[in-house]
Design a protein around this ligand. Sequence first.
Ligand code: GDP
Ligand code: IMO
Ligand code: MG
Length: 424
Amino acid sequence: MAKNRIVLGCQWGDEGKGKIVDLLAAEADIIARFQGGANAGHTIVVDDRKFKFHLLPSGIIHPDKQCVIGNGVVLDPFGVKEELDLLATQGISHQGRLWISPAANLVLPYHKLIDDVQEQARGTGSIGTTKRGIGPAYVDKVARHGIRIVDLFAPDRLKRRLEYQRVIKQQYFAGSTDERADLDRTYEALMALTDLFKPLVVDVSRLLNDAIRQGKVILYEGAQGSLLDVDLGTYPFATSSNTTVGGALTGLGVGPKAIDEVVGVIKAYTTRVGAGPFPTELVDDTGERLRSQGDEYGTTTGRPRRCGWLDLVALRHVVRLNGVESIAVTKLDVLDGLEEIKICQAYELDGETLTEVPLDLARLNQVKPVYHTLPGWSQDSTGLTAFDDLAPNAQAYLRYIADELGVEICIVSTGAKRQETIMV
Ligand code: GDP
Ligand code: IMO
Ligand code: MG
């Protein structure tokens, strides 16, 4: 079994990473988040209990697992407190097994204010962000005036850094009555959290590299999806972090040779929340059916997700970017009962047929998908646990995807619950 596995989304997020990470966590010692922030919403269903995590690694519900939040994550400290409090009410303790990098930049209330203001200013060109302050927090990090979690333990420095924010963010703060612009209040609120965070902050790069040397099993949990990567995704309709494989290394301080496997999570169809190109989007009854059958509403924002067919052209790009060799296909059950299923093989653009994404990904909003049609199946796949029990056409659909992408299928998910899974 692979000891160091990166699990990441291959589409525009919400592929079911939470479920897959929870599943694989049973065999892991450590589960580590490496990028993104509370824009993520990872759902895990165990029996009748549903957990939704935004910042905590999805392994946290396994009481014997160590969990890590890396330097690549932008961390909303108030959000973490909320998640930990909720977890405690569910009888799960994080003590002695949740570790946070000192270099994780904080998402503070003013980042959410700025996210709001910028989205409004973009007007019809708005990205449809989650308004969790993600972009503005990463901007501060890259501009080298971010506030890191380690600053909580140096109050004078924290105060100085907040004062600097007052100077450089005049445009947002001056005259604002929004309480998120109140830096004194933010300072006091942060000071109230120091006792919570002090015992959690450790050198996670050292922790992970020691664990790697000891042969421990580590899962690297991606957030968002590869097509939302700030460099390689559908920029500017993207998030502000590297959601692709390199983000796991820089976001945790681990070298490339440690990684044994990259598991790409692929939903059996495609969804997207927020704006941006989506060549296979269905704005018809079939799209509506996928949304209702798949319960496609955002875990973080509750927004309806846009739905469409699987896009092999985009997936080929993503498989290559990440060196994906094995995939976990989720939500196969949602396709049950469709007479036929389409799968995008190529794009038409400017009278040409493309089997790869165009050089300018922004042009994805101009491509016309070329579909291959496969027969559907009427049998109920929900809860099946053996590949051979799937309808022959469902098996054929999965094989078709794997062959076209040149990857192995390691998991097929047939329902939201932990045990509704086929380990291939
Ligand atoms: P993530 O962000 O990638 O972790 O995915 P989300 O949790 O945002 O969205 C996936 C949704 O699909 C969640 O509500 C899951 O409980 C649900 N889910 C995951 N796998 C399956 C599956 O195989 N079938 C069905 N019907 N639902 C699933
Ligand atoms: P998980 O981890 C789906 C999308 C937003 C928006 C764009 C930018 O649950 O898969 P941001 O708030 O990051 O600045 O928004 O990215 N987005 C996601 N879509 N799943 C996510 O996370 C997402 N995180 C961000 O909808 O289009
Ligand atoms: Mg999600």
